[in-house]
Structure formats: C-alpha cells, structure tokens
Design a protein around this ligand. Structure first.
Ligand SMILES: Nc1ncnc2c1ncn2[C@@H]1O[C@H](COP(=O)(O)OP(=O)(O)O)[C@@H](O)[C@H]1O
Ligand SMILES: [Mg+2]
Length: 398
C-alpha cells in the first residue's frame, strides 16, 4: 500500500515557493511544509516527516547548506533535490557533500523537476517504510464512534467542506451509515445513485461512470449517499465496500467515510480500509464507557493504534467531564476537541455545514482547524488550542 510522497520546500522566496507548489499539484504531490532557511526547516521536517525535500541554494549559501544538512539529519531517508542559479563547481561540491541527490539549474521546467523527482523517489526506499509512490491512493478517513447523536455526520460534512474550500484537494464523502444515512440531508442534496448500488457494481466499475454517479455539493465536495431504506443494505457485501473505498481513493485526495453508531461488517470494512480513523466520543459517561469498550475491542483485534485519533465533541452544552479525565479513562491522548456551539445545530437544521453557514463561528473555525490538521496544511485553530489548554492541566498529556 503506497501513499503520495509528502514534499517539503525550502526556499527564501515565498512567491517561488508558491509557484513550485503549483507545479507539483498536477503530479499529486502534497506539499506539507514550505519555509525559508534556518531552524524552522528542521523543526518542520521533524514534525511533518516529508518524504522528499526541494531546496534552493542561493545566498547566503552557507546557511542554505547548513539548513539542508540539518534537515537531512532529521530525515536521512528523504532525498533532497536542490536548485540553484549558480552552477559553480564549489557550490556543486558543497551540495553533494550535504547529501543533495540532484541539482537543477534554476530556472527549470516542470518536466525537468518531475523527472528528477521520479528518479530519486524510485531509488529512495526508506528502511522499514514502504516507498511512497507518486500515483498512490489518497487518504481514507473514517469517522467512527460507538453511538449515534455524537456528531459524526456533522464532523464528516464539515471536514469535507473545509478541505474542499481551503485546499486544492478533491474530496468525496461516502455515507456508510447503515441505519440513518444523514449525509444527504445535512448537505441538502438529492441522492441519485447510492453507495449500495455502486458497491454492487464495483468489480466492473470504471472511473467515468463512478464520477457520473456522484452528486457534487455546492462546496465542491462529491457525495455518494447511503440508500434511503436500511433494507437496501442487506445485499451489500462488506468486501465490496472496501474495494469501493479503495477505488474512490485512487480518484480523490480524501475519501471520508461516515458510519453509524454501531459495530457491523460495513463499519469493520470502513475501519480496515482507513488510513486514519477519527474516533468520536461525546463527554457523557455512557459515550465514554462505550468508547472505552470499542477501543479495547480494536486493540484486542490488533488494530494499529497510530491510526486512531480520539476526537472529543461537545454536542450538548452542559457537561463537567474534563478532557484530562477522558484521557485517563481511555488511556489515549485527545487528538482534537470540538466545543459546543449552538450555531452547529442551527446549520444542521438549514442543511448547510457550519463552516459554510457561519464561517466565523467558534464551531466553524474549530472544524476548519481540524481539517487543517488532517491535511497537514494549516496550523491547528488557535481557539481549539486555547480550549484544550484550559481544559487540560500542563503536563498531563504526556
Ligand atoms: N459541537 C456541537 N455543538 C452543537 N451541536 C452539535 C455539536 N456536534 C453535533 N451537534 C448536533 O448534534 C446532532 C447530532 O449530530 P450528528 O452529526 O447527526 O451525530 P451522529 O452522526 O453521530 O449521529 C446534530 O443536530 C448536530 O447539529
Ligand atoms: Mg450520523
């Protein structure tokens, strides 16, 4: 199983960094970090773990070389392609000694860059890691939880909308709620073909007919709704759901799977194919107890813990349980916390994600921050950080 290589750009010129990002987009290379020379580059490399570094070598050359060396120290397996307007021998030698794999003369053409990337990525196989492949599949994000009414569908539709709005990424939501598929209602769209019908044809499905079956929401998010009647799920094979999600992930950068508040074979399939799972819990005792149970079940089944991201939601205003207590009970760090916000309920009622209906609201900026954290593009929303800091005493999250 491969994934798209994550790219980091190091260049003092923010405008060229932007231009370079544009060159990489059609090749489905995700730029996770861009910055100038200096320590920020090293800390970003540590935090965001890029698979490939593109670095300019311009004056001050010593600082450029130092930066490349620092980043190489942190990500030794990630090849560095550098570019420079100078081709002087001493610079080429310095670049070579710093571990640069290829040096392009700046300015260069997109084709030259992509050829260089392909060449270095082909030979860059990190020990213990699968070599990333440029044409690999997108992220499959499963939004999962032990109960209904805890905000799974709200989170699904808002994250999808925020990713479509804030990035160039393509997004598909597949509604796998086998009981009450609410995605179509929450986005106020008219379902045409459903996920059940598509799953039935997955063996013979081609890209064009799949795309034609999808509904495009005004936000740019594509949707594959669930059947209106729960009985229509009866013929659906869990394996076909897995295959359908994987098929979709070869066409969309993000495939987001909404699930019911239950454990069944379709949910099992949604967990198995996921590259990341948001485990949603609300803060009432029953929800925390149920979440504890499903985390135990997943652990005993050998489900990789690093794919599970605990997301605490406050669908109700009144509660006294603190995030620190939740972490203690569930023995798992809280990845994200969503505050209670009446605007969220209001948005649900008018059939719009709150990130569109009330973009300035607390809930909207929080959910956009969550989407940013998932895509690795934005800093987490300031408000959410503060919110967590107030709830969790210092030192208790280690
Ligand atoms: N943080 C929140 N603040 C206010 N209302 C919320 C919040 N999260 C969810 N809700 C509301 O709770 C209700 C149930 O959410 P929903 O997403 O349908 O849950 P699920 O998919 O888990 O069944 C919706 O009306 C939604 O607007
Ligand atoms: Mg739901």
């Amino acid at each position: 199983m491969g994934r798209n290589p994550l790219v980091m750009i190091i260049d003092e010129d923010p405008i060229f960094r932007q231009e370079l990002q544009g060159m990489l987009t059609p090749a489905r290379l995700a730029v996770v970090a861009d910055c100038g020379y200096g320590v920020e580059a090293a800390s970003l490399a540590e935090e965001l773990k890029p698979d490939l570094i593109l670095a300019s070598i311009e004056e001050p050359v010593a600082r450029a070389i130092q930066t490349i060396e620092a980043v190489r120290g942190i990500r030794p397996g990630a090849p560095v392609i550098a570019y420079s307007s100078s081709t002087e021998l001493h610079l080429v030698r310095q670049a070579m000694h710093a571990g640069v794999r290829d040096l392009l003369a700046h300015p260069f053409k997109v084709g030259e860059l992509l050829t260089a990337i392909e060449a270095v990525m082909r030979s860059a196989s990190l020990p213990g890691e699968a070599a990333p492949q440029p044409q690999a599949a997108g992220t499959i994000l499963t939004v999962f939880g032990a109960k209904g009414g805890i905000g799974k569908t709200t989170i699904t539709t808002n994250i999808a909308t925020a990713i479509a709005r804030d990035t160039d990424s393509s997004v598909l939501v597949m509604d796998l709620d086998t009981r009450f598929g609410d995605v179509a209602i929450m986005l106020d769209i008219d379902p045409a073909v459903t996920v059940a019908e598509m799953a039935g044809q997955v063996a013979t499905l081609d890209r064009a007919s799949f795309k034609a079956a999808l509904v495009e929401h005004e936000s740019g998010v594509f949707v594959l709704p669930s059947p209106k009647h729960p009985n229509d799920w009866r013929q659906v094979q869990a394996d076909d759901i897995k295959e359908l999600a994987r098929f979709a992930s070869r066409m969309f950068d993000y495939v987001i799977l909404d699930t019911p508040g239950a454990f069944n074979d379709v949910v099992g399939a949604a967990l198995e194919v996921a590259t990341q799972v948001l485990v949603v819990t609300s803060v009432d005792m029953a929800s925390i107890k149920d979440t504890s149970f499903i985390l135990d079940v997943l652990e005993s089944e050998g489900f990789p813990d690093d794919r599970l991201f605990l997301t605490v939601n406050h669908p109700n205003g009144a509660n006294t349980i603190r995030a620190a207590d939740i972490e203690r009970v569930l023995r798992k760090k809280v990845f994200w916390e969503i505050p209670h916000d009446a605007q969220m309920t209001m948005a649900t009622q008018i059939g719009l994600p709150v990130v569109l209906a009330r973009p300035k609201s607390r809930a909207a900026s929080n959910l956009a921050g969550l989407a940013g954290k998932i895509t690795g593009r934005d800093a987490p929303a300031r408000e959410s950080k503060g919110f967590l800091r107030r709830l969790i005493p210092a030192g208790s999250r280690n």
